[in-house]
Ligand binder design. Structure first.
Ligand code: NAD
Length: 370
């Protein structure tokens, strides 16, 4: 059993730094994990949640190392966590305080994640001149506003559906977490003829096998704060979303929402992981045994970070959409093909692809003492 944090976390890739942050003036508490910077400075989101932990941030930082390498970006992986209520009154002063604390940590470029948004990135930019996912007025490509990650999930679905033996037009979809990832994913998949039958958020879920009107549901969510305010359809508890009959399931909220306790009830044939690490390893193995095709998080949901990277390097929104479509289609194809040919799980194929790229980059870096 590991006895120290070093033994628990360190392996051949990182993490290079785990930094605890505390500002006694504002009460800001948080952490940054810079996992690996062989491909370039680490890009990764700032997650604000009352229960965010170092463990969660570490796992997300590693996912960013793999995601950025898989997407062929000149960036390593990192992530930050702010232990706070994202609906709290002092949110913006905590974000500013966080920014000041990471001024010298130039190997980490913050972006938006759950609980933070473009405005937060604007505040960080104002403090230290280093962030991505900026509002348009500051020259950014607002990745959540344009639905960059949801757009990428739809491009991923186009390729993955063929491997799952599904025709997208007319297939049904359930989305856990109707937020900045889930809402645009529904919209872009709706454009391909996919029928949204269920969606959830923290308040519960709504289900209609005849299909939910994506535009009306989005308006309801934005106006009332929850999908449960939708006029028609059956209201369910959030956890029951996983058991509804749908061809495609997109988890787009918190980690580990698919676990031993609910994996048996899942009916989908294709799972596209919008959220980061939404399934436990045991649950993924059980789904695989049942023939469910899973596109791993860091392949499927790379749209946001590809967009952020295009912004960081001075590109336009049109360039971002083009690059997202190209990289996510190519990577989904490569991972699914490798998975079939080598008879390995898609996640293993994706990890192999990404780690090969990280190792190649690490081999070009000077080693300590040489
Ligand atoms: P968000 O805060 O905009 O939306 C999250 C949604 O999930 C909200 O509607 C919330 O009510 C809901 N939710 C939270 N807990 C839930 C639960 N237990 N059950 C059901 N619904 C729940 O966040 P987001 O930006 O959409 O991010 C969602 C996930 O996608 C996160 O895991 C994030 O790391 C990942 N992700 C986001 C992006 C991006 O571009 N925003 C990119 C890649 C990955």
């Amino acid at each position: 059993m590991p006895t120290t944090d070093f033994e628990r976390y360190n392996d051949e890739f990182g993490p290079e730094k785990i930094v605890h942050l505390y500002d006694p003036h504002t009460g800001m508490r948080g952490f940054v994990v810079v996992d690996n910077t062989a491909c370039g400075p680490a890009i990764g989101g700032v997650r604000m949640a009352k229960d965010v932990s170092v463990d969660e941030v570490y796992r997300l930082a590693r996912a960013m190392t793999l995601k950025n390498a898989a997407a062929g970006l000149p960036h390593g992986g990192g992530k930050a966590g702010l232990v706070a209520d994202p609906k709290g009154k002092i949110k913006h002063s905590l974000v500013r305080s966080f920014a000041r604390c990471i001024r010298e940590l130039t190997s980490y470029i913050p972006g938006p994640d759950m609980g933070t948004d473009e405005t937060c990135m604007g505040l960080i930019w104002d403090e230290i001149g280093r962030s991505v996912g900026l509002p348009r007025v500051l020259g950014g490509i607002p990745l959540d506003e344009i639905g960059a990650t949801g757009f990428g999930l739809a491009r991923c679905a186009e390729v993955a559906a063929e491997f799952a033996g599904l025709k997208l037009k007319g297939s049904t979809l359930a989305i856990e977490g109707f937020g900045n990832v889930g809402r645009p994913a529904a919209r872009f998949l709706g454009e391909l003829g996919v029928k949204l039958v269920a969606a959830s958020d923290t308040q519960g879920a709504v289900y209609d096998p005849q299909g939910l009107d994506i535009e009306k549901l989005s308006q309801t969510k934005l106006r009332t704060g929850s999908v449960t305010g939708y006029a028609t359809g059956k209201k369910l508890e959030g956890k029951d979303l996983f058991a509804v009959a749908s061809d495609i399931l997109i988890p787009a909220a918190r980690p580990d929402c698919i676990h031993e306790g609910n994996v048996g009830s899942i009916k989908a044939k294709l799972i596209i992981q919008g959220a980061n690490i939404p399934a436990t390893p045991a649950a993924e193995a059980s789904l695989r045994d049942r023939g469910v095709l899973i596109v791993p998080d860091f392949i499927a949901n790379a749209g946001g970070v590809i967009c952020a990277s295009v912004e960081f390097h001075g590109g336009t929104q049109a360039m971002a959409f083009d690059l997202i479509a190209q990289r996510i289609r190519d990577n989904t194809q490569a991972v699914m093909t490798r998975s079939q040919e080598e008879r390995i799980p898609p996640r293993q194929a994706a990890v192999d692809l990404a780690t090969e790229r990280v190792r190649t980059a690490m081999a070009m870096r000077r080693k300590n003492g040489s």
